[in-house]
Design a protein around this ligand. Structure first.
Ligand code: HEC
Length: 276
């Protein structure tokens, strides 16, 4: 699955409903304060836009989350991931209720109902703001654990320009930020998260864990690989070792995995060099 593009699309889509929903109560209040009834109409169409754009936002977010957290080996989605998802659905629900209400009244709510609808718009703006805040935190957590910092949302919240995600956004995992990286100092090469994810899947499918422990699970006839990057954080070394263990470790008992394709070897290596 193209996890990278889901991430990028999600980052691109989500900011539209976010900005729209934040603007809805502002235009509503502005319409009253500055006596500009046309602003009320503007707020209606902003709300329509927000609800329409919520669909691709939720879909891309759903695929991104599944790809990064729910289909990975030992996938431990952080609690903030579920909070972000819940907040996103809650926001969308509120926005839909608000829009349905305004459509039903042909957008001519009587005074008290209008006040209530503006309050609901303000609550929706608050939840969308909170969703975005959680999304930014989630991007930072993912950057620390997967090594990817290309999330536009994360970049907005955590500084850094607004340049689009590109290969240059793949930075070494920050050892200080990741809980598993107590004994740091390891220089991790730049790897694409989708390679790491593919490698994690392969690692699970192949019989690696019959001999190797990974994060507490697996056999013990080979070394524990949970912190393999501390031994060999070198993609090329890992590829050569997988193809022919004895070439890199003369007395190794590990069987060769030379039947794997170049892409599979690269993915496995990417996974191994990011185990810090
Ligand atoms: C039959 C058991 C066995 C299987 C299956 C196996 N290994 Fe190994 N592996 C070993 C042994 C034993 C060593 C230690 C060799 C030594 O240090 O002499 C080792 C070493 C390693 C190392 C450490 C290299 C280093 O940095 O020193 C890595 C990485 C590794 N294996 C990855 C894998 C992966 C990935 C798989 C699955 C594709 C796998 N192994 C499957 C037995 C196995």
């Amino acid at each position: 699955m193209p996890s990278l593009s889901w991430v990028e699309l999600h980052g691109a889509f989500t900011h539209m409903p976010l900005a729209f929903l934040l603007s809805v109560p502002l235009f509503e209040i502005g319409a009253i304060v500055f006596r500009k009834p046309e602003w009320h109409t503007v707020s209606f169409w902003l709300l329509v836009g927000a609800v329409v754009m919520a669909v691709p936002s939720l879909l891309t977010g759903w695929f991104t989350g599944n790809d990064i957290f729910l289909t990975r080996e030992n996938a431990q989605a952080p609690a903030i991931f579920y909070q972000h998802r819940l907040a996103a659905f809650a926001t969308s629900g509120l926005a839909i209720v608000l829009l349905a209400w305004r459509i039903k009244s042909r957008d001519r709510l009587p005074k008290h109902a209008l006040t209530a609808s503006i309050l609901l718009a303000a609550v929706t703006a608050a939840t969308v703001g909170y969703t975005g805040f959680l999304g930014g935190r989630l991007a930072a957590v993912t950057a620390a654990t997967v090594g990817y910092t290309g999330f536009l949302g994360g970049r907005m919240v955590f500084g850094g320009g607004s340049e689009p995600a590109s290969a240059s956004n793949y930075v070494p995992v920050n050892p200080a930020a990741a809980p598993a990286a107590k004994n740091s100092g390891v220089k991790i090469p730049n790897v694409e998260p989708r390679l790491v994810i593919a490698g994690a899947r392969l690692f699970k499918e192949l019989p690696c864990q019959s001999c190797h422990r990974m994060e507490g699970k697996g056999g013990t006839s080979g070394p524990d690989l949970t912190h393999e990057a501390q031994r060999h954080a070198d993609i090329q070394w890992q590829i050569e070792h997988l193809k022919n263990p004895q070439k890199m470790k003369p007395n190794s008992d590990m069987p060769p995995f030379d039947h794997l394709s170049a892409a599979e070897l690269k993915a496995l290596a990417a996974y191994l060099v990011t185990r810090k």
